[in-house]
Design a protein around this ligand. Structure first.
Ligand SMILES: Cc1cc2nc3c(=O)[nH]c(=O)nc-3n(C[C@H](O)[C@H](O)[C@H](O)COP(=O)(O)OP(=O)(O)OC[C@H]3O[C@@H](n4cnc5c(N)ncnc54)[C@H](O)[C@@H]3O)c2cc1C
Length: 414
């Protein structure tokens, strides 16, 4: 085995959580070495910037915190230290101004992640942080000795303080392979198995939909999903028809509920409101204005302004007879059932649920079983919908763990 190099502070994982943790150490004047398996840092953050980096959300804190579901209490403590406003201010200090989009989502003015990441890495380097890439952490050689693979070579390091920020278990090609989960479990650390979060779902599409509409946005609809307590969750927004089923931000927002129902029942029937801005009676009165002999398709297209994709969906999910029953049509348009049969593979999901259980961690995010070892980001057991909630909690947990590591080093200074 190679000799063990002793460092002061090691951060493993150069994503948003790890870099934020490293920044706290540099603020305190502590030398920090950041290791990542990939050739460059922040690959997932950069990928998130394609199509618009949704950094955070501008809604009131009381609503914001509800997005973390059953983990609200834990994450509220992180957000008390670093919330959406702090995140925007932090980006501003890196020269990246942000704006609030129409839905309340917050983006950098340029919408991209690259300028932010570039400025951040530069600032970290100037403050003395050292980034070591292509170094894959593979486990502990013995307690406290970290084992890394660098190509054919193996290196051993120990440090006074270690922060893991290895990400979740999706989009493995960006670095977050989730392989760490078994390594942590082997150490007796309770980890909840990964499940896809913010995922697409499968259904049986007609050839018309598959061939004609795969990749088409389904704009201005409402999605209704049954909840575990018997209520119906409803949200307006946009989804996307894909060749396997449905995806897009509206679907992601409901994905935890749909996933949980699928796990219990192997099927989840959701309902689309194709005309969420019109009431049942408004639709009926428009339909009743039909001229004699006017076709239903014409009525839907001309009077109700139904887009081609909505028309196709209606045709695919109902029978010709039902569609021609004008009295029944408003109900169908407002409550079109779609049976979802499976969740897409975990690697395709935007994020994952599962990871290190909170009962293994102190409030500073230190592992109870490994004093001096902290964890942050998506590798912890929480989930949130898209909307900037994922990144906000990753940054905030990075800050908490980094500040915890600074305090630990000070307390345990020899
Ligand atoms: C397509 C896409 C779009 C997204 N868009 C948004 C968005 O707009 N807004 C939002 O809030 N969230 C978004 N997300 C989610 C967000 O990017 C993640 O939640 C966030 O990046 C997680 O941060 P992290 O630091 O915990 O982990 P990661 O960003 O995954 O970083 C983990 C790092 O650890 C490294 N690593 C892993 N294992 C090892 C190992 N064994 N040894 C060494 N290094 C290792 C990886 O290489 C990686 O660099 C998006 C995700 C995807 C996939």
């Amino acid at each position: 085995m190679p000799q063990t190099t002793h460092l002061t502070a090691i951060v493993i994982g150069a994503g948003p959580a790890g870099l934020m943790a490293a920044e706290q150490l540099t603020h305190a004047g502590i030398e920090v070495d950041i290791f990542d398996a990939m050739p460059t840092a922040g690959r997932k953050l950069l990928r998130a910037g394609i199509g618009g980096l949704n950094l955070t959300h501008a809604e009131p804190k009381a609503d914001f915190i509800t997005r973390y579901g059953t983990k609200q209490a834990q994450i509220e403590a992180w957000l008390d230290a670093f919330d959406a406003n702090n995140l925007r201010q932090w980006a501003r200090e890196l020269g990246v101004e942000t704006f609030v989009g129409s839905s309340g989502r917050v983006f950098p003015n340029e919408k991209k992640a690259a300028p932010l990441l570039r400025a951040w890495l530069k600032r970290l380097k100037e403050k003395g942080a050292r980034l070591h890439t292509r170094q894959r952490w593979v486990g502990w050689q013995e307690p406290g000795i970290l084992l890394f693979e660098q190509g054919e070579n193996v290196c051993c390091y120990r440090a006074d303080v270690v922060i893991f920020a290895l990400g979740g278990g999706s989009w493995a090609k960006l670095g977050s392979t989730g392989q760490w989960l078994t390594t942590f479990c082997d150490q007796g650390i309770h980890c909840v198995p990964f499940r896809a979060s913010n995922s697409g779902f499968e259904c049986v599409w007609s050839p018309d939909i598959k061939q004609g509409f795969a990749g088409t946005p389904l704009k201005s609809v409402a999605l209704c999903v049954p909840t575990a307590n018997g209520d119906v969750w409803r949200k307006k927004g946009d989804a996307v028809i894909s060749n396997y089923g449905i995806e897009g931000s509206l679907v992601y927002a409901a994905s935890a509920m749909i996933r949980d129902t699928l796990e219990q029942k192997n099927e989840c029937v959701v309902h689309w409101d194709l005309l969420p801005d019109k009431t049942h009676d408004q639709i009926l009165s428009l339909l009743k204005q039909a001229r004699k002999g006017e076709s239903v398709s014409n009525l839907l297209r001309k009077r109700l302004k139904l887009s081609p994709v909505k028309m196709a969906l209606l045709k695919a999910l109902t029978t010709k007879e039902t569609m021609h029953d004008i009295g029944n049509l408003p109900r169908l348009l407002k409550q079109l059932p779609l049976s979802l049969t499976a969740i897409r593979p975990i690697d395709e999901a935007i994020s994952t649920d599962g990871g290190i259980a909170f009962d293994e961690l102190t409030k500073e995010l230190m592992l109870n079983k490994m004093p001096g070892t902290f964890c942050a980001g998506e590798m912890l057991d929480w989930e949130a919908p898209t909307g900037g909630y994922l990144l906000t909690a990753c940054f905030a947990s990075g800050l908490i763990s980094g500040q915890g590591a600074v305090a630990w080093l000070k307390q345990n200074a020899k």
